[in-house]
Design a protein around this ligand. Structure first.
Ligand code: SAH
Length: 391
């Protein structure tokens, strides 16, 4: 699709609120994001050109919809921004098209199987959400039907009809969520068909995706993001690397395969650490270990023990890192720090700390992970100004 189509293209652009920048052409969006990054980060180092997408549509590999009713019958779609009303959506410009088609089929099958949408005010009804995850590299497709009760009327016929309509579905999971909550998934999952997980490949590594595991939603741009992070590490085969805020271990596993001598991953979420360990085993990567802990607390311990670290990768959540974390990095004095950020404001704040304490930014590259939205990701390479170890 050409990049300069009239905008906004989406009929529910305003009501949905998910694509804040759709009123701009894609080249204008990139210029806008570049300008914002220069404004915030330009004083630390020249900001390289933002890495955009060639085809900035249908990039989301994870799609979810809620169900409800209006005068015409069952509807599926997204919650209107800052409200609880469902905006019907059948085709979304940024979501995977196969995933969207599956959602429409689920809605139609609900009518033919007389399955009611779940009402989260009364906690009555059945089908609450559907979550679809697709691996762009293997084509595997996972459908998670989130239901308000465990009892699933006509379960086998429903699954058979869904698979007939979409033979590419490789696994179907039922997840039960019967609580008053904004969270999509409940605690309990039952695998109804297939293995209950799918696998995706990024930069030659395989990653397992389960209904709950965190995984980057734009794999095309993730490969570019991770490649920039690898460039920033300048691995030669001798380095010990800390992958802080490592999630399911993706960046660390790529680094461990690409020349790091040893990688230590630290992550607060215990489920993500479990996934990270499985991902390492899946890739036969043995020079990596994962620790479930608060990143700041863990790195302070490494600093107290004077552990040798050659490089740190950090990919904190939107709130950014902490002074305690950065103080410990400075004490450990790795030659290189690669900061992967999903929030330019907290990135600017944290860079300010690093440059005041012996590091300089040598490369800043914005990456457009979420075209049409206002989010912008960046990879920053930091280098130690002088090495206290005399290296
Ligand atoms: N690097 C990963 C995930 C980054 S998202 C990837 O590319 O896929 C940020 C991660 O930081 C999340 O997994 C979140 O659970 C984790 N996190 C949040 N606060 C944390 C803390 N205080 N200590 C360690 N990890 C934390």
């Amino acid at each position: 699709m050409p990049n300069n189509l009239p905008s906004p293209l989406c009929p529910v652009y305003k009501k949905c609120g998910g694509c804040q920048l759709q009123n701009m052409s894609y080249p204008d969006q990139l210029r806008y994001k570049q300008g914002r990054m220069i404004g915030l980060l330009g004083k630390y180092c020249r900001v390289s050109d933002i890495v955009g997408m060639e085809v900035p549509y249908h990039y989301r590999n994870k799609v979810q919809a809620a169900f409800g009713r209006d005068r015409r019958g069952i509807i599926s779609g997204v919650y209107q921004s800052s409200s609880h009303r469902i905006v019907p959506v059948d085709n979304c410009l940024i979501e995977d098209e196969k995933a969207d088609a599956v959602i429409v089929t689920v809605r139609k099958l609900m009518a033919s199987f007389k399955l009611e949408p779940f009402n989260d005010n009364t906690l009555r009804g059945f089908m609450r959400h559907v979550l679809v995850k697709r691996s762009f590299s293997t084509g595997q497709l996972m459908v998670v039907l989130v239901t308000g009760t465990a009892v699933f009327p006509c379960k086998n016929d429903f699954i058979a009809a869904l698979r007939r309509a979409h033979p590419e579905i490789t696994t179907v999971v039922q997840n039960i969520n019967d609580k008053f909550t904004n969270l999509v998934l409940g605690k309990r999952s039952i695998v109804l068909f297939g293995e209950g997980k799918i696998e995706d490949e990024l930069l030659g590594c395989i990653f397992r995706i389960s209904p709950k595991s965190f995984y980057q939603i734009n794999p095309v741009q993730t490969e570019k993001l991770y490649s920039l992070a690898m460039d920033g590490l300048c691995l030669t085969g001798n380095e010990t690397v800390l992958d802080a805020y490592c999630g399911t271990g993706t960046i660390g596993i790529v680094a461990a395969k690409r020349g790091a001598k040893k990688v230590i991953g630290v992550e607060l979420n215990a489920d993500a650490v479990q996934d990270a360990k499985e991902n390492a085993a899946l890739n036969n990567v043995r020079n990596i270990e994962f620790i479930c802990d608060d990143a700041s607390r863990f790195i302070m311990r490494l600093a107290a023990e004077k552990v040798r670290l050659d490089a740190v990768i950090m990919d904190p959540p939107r709130a950014g890192s902490t002074v305690e974390f950065m103080k410990a990095v400075i004490k450990l004095a790795p030659k290189r720090v690669v900061y992967v950020s999903c929030n330019p404001e907290t990135l600017a704040r944290d860079l300010n700390y690093f440059v005041k304490h012996g590091y300089k930014a040598v490369k800043i590259t914005p990456v457009d992970m979420f075209p049409h939205t206002s989010h912008v990701e960046a990879v920053v390479q930091l280098q130690q100004l002088s090495s206290p170890r005399g290296e």
